[in-house]
Design a protein around this ligand. Structure first.
Ligand code: SAM
Ligand code: SF4
Length: 339
């Protein structure tokens, strides 16, 4: 894209987008491969993966993070695909941590986490989000294309033992598939100090599956959960899209993320870095800024820094998913962009 934002006067200005949001959070997709095939995420057939040469290397990722950190980046999340499938992920984590990133987290399906949790913590990982959409062994197999739920239970335990806390559990409630488990997931927070986060089903990836009526709205989720007891709205919102609640007397937190019914763009503080080296200012916009080609053509840190400013300056005010949620132009697998 042919844009070049003026060089900001200071770090604070660098991180402000045109809508006065402070952009200090980067999600990095490090692989588009996955050891599961969740029905709501992966494209049904003809999955095309990026060639190795197209994928940003760890060195390139760390270089970009280091440049962004000097300009005020504070939070990084590693995602994919399944990030733990990537060899040497602990090395990447420690290299990112060494740049001085304040809050380093990772989103995983948990299948490989149990054996890695301690090493990742030692490498500098602060916490994990673990995706779990059902507590039923057979249904888990059905949703994930054959996954073993016992590995996820072991992962949760190991992550807790390693201190990768607070443990956050992501569930995408889908009508007719797992919406009968909303109360069980919410009840999880009564005894456990976990954050259980209900994320509305979005029209990305498996486009044959998505329809508006399959998306259980946050309003419905909250109505159901309030049958368990009174819900206290928590003041901390962190920066970001989750509205947080606690059931009376519960130890854990219930997070509600509503990209479909109530867009959270006003609180969006993030950029994404795709596995093929593009900064994506909004999950649902096609606008991308290539950093891989300039990096591989010898661009200086100052030139890369300029691309970072440019990405912040083109961040759209909001997405239009409510108006045109079925539009195919929005549909691209989460595993490619980085969920
Ligand atoms: N493989 C890892 C995992 O499953 O946690 C990380 C990548 S995955 C794409 C990141 C998150 O995106 C997961 O919590 C998953 O549930 C969520 N996700 C994937 N497809 C989605 C969709 N269509 N709507 C809402 N969330 C989705
Ligand atoms: Fe893989 Fe995560 Fe997508 Fe499931 S949600 S297919 S685990 S990338």
């Amino acid at each position: 894209m042919n844009i070049s934002a003026p060089k900001p006067k200071n770090m604070k200005e660098a991180m402000k987008d045109p809508y006065n949001r402070s952009i200090d959070y980067l999600r990095i997709s490090i692989t588009d491969k996955c050891n599961l095939k969740c029905v709501y995420c992966m494209p049904g057939k003809d999955i095309k993966y990026f060639k190795r040469s197209e994928v940003l290397t760890f060195e390139e990722i760390v270089r970009f993070v280091s440049i962004a950190k000097k300009n005020g980046l504070r939070k990084v999340r590693i995602t994919g695909g399944e990030p733990l499938m990537k060899k040497n992920v602990a090395f990447l984590i420690s290299s990112i941590k060494k740049t001085g990133i304040h809050d380093l987290s990772l989103t995983t399906n948990g299948i490989m986490l149990a054996g890695l949790a301690n090493g990742l913590k030692k490498a500098g990982l602060d916490r994990v989000n673990i995706s779990l959409d059902t507590m039923d062994t057979e249904k888990y197999k059905k949703i994930t294309g054959g996954g073993d739920i016992n590995k996820v239970w072991q992962a949760i335990e190991a992550a807790e033992g390693a201190g990768l806390t607070p443990i956050k559990i992501n569930i995408v409630p889908i009508r007719g598939l797992n919406d009968d488990e909303i109360l069980s997931f919410a009840s999880f927070t009564i005894d456990k100090n976990y954050h259980v986060r209900f994320i509305e089903f979005m029209p990305v990836g498996s486009n044959e599956m998505w329809s508006r009526d399959k998306c259980v709205t946050s309003k419905e989720v909250l109505e159901k959960i309030s049958t368990l007891g009174s819900l206290e709205r928590l003041k901390f919102r962190g920066k970001g899209p989750s509205r947080n609640f606690r059931l009376k007397g519960a130890r854990g937190v219930i997070g509600i993320i509503s990209p479909i019914s109530d867009h959270f763009c006003g609180a969006c503080n993030r950029l994404r870095l795709t596995i093929n080296g593009k900064i994506r200012p909004c999950l649902f916009s096609q606008v991308e800024i290539d950093i891989k080609t300039p990096m591989r053509s010898g661009a200086s840190d100052i030139e890369i820094e300029q691309l970072f400013y440019d990405a912040i300056k083109v961040k759209p005010q909001r997405h239009l998913l409510h108006e045109s949620a079925a539009s195919s132009e929005f549909l691209q697998a989460m595993s490619k962009i980085g969920g």
